[in-house]
Ligand binder design. Sequence first.
Ligand SMILES: [Zn+2]
Length: 197
Amino acid sequence: MSKLICIDAGHGGKDPGACGFGLKEADVVLKLAELVNQHFGCYNCSTTLTRNRNTSSSYPNGKEGLRKRIAYANAKGADFYLSLHCNAGKGSGFESYVAQPAPARTKSIQKIINDYILGFLKGHRIGSHGNASKNDTQAARGRIAVVRDTKMSAVLLECLFIDNPNENKLLKDTNFLDGLAKVIVQGTVSALGIEKK
Ligand SMILES: [Zn+2]
């Protein structure tokens, strides 16, 4: 049976996520999620999204929305949970999070995806935000619910800083997002051993 990837666009509905220069994280990551979904179409796997343009309003702010997403992925029996976010707080670059502790396999998936993304970002002169591979004890006091409470391997990507002028410009650029989506998918299929159709 082909693997099922659960693509999670963070925030949504009444929760815009981080904001910068007129851009909302919820909108950026939804667009990115749709592009990621399209690129997975070339590979031998299935996908499901925790939210789309029509379901956004069913995800309330905060813990309840997160619980719904986790329950959704667990009920679907997804093989991998890919959560898409943008960072904020006057920094720059890319980083990703897994739970602590996380199985070696999850950490290895994280590393492979990071390497694909950082390779792409290098072409835009963007690097990592400190060490690219982080765990959730290094943020949110060890409670990034979507990487902790999902039953499958889960990685949360913080794709650039929405409040950084240079990175904000890139996040507004559909071509950039499409390129980013492509390497996210290439990294994921490489890490999970999923083949091209
Ligand atoms: Zn976020």
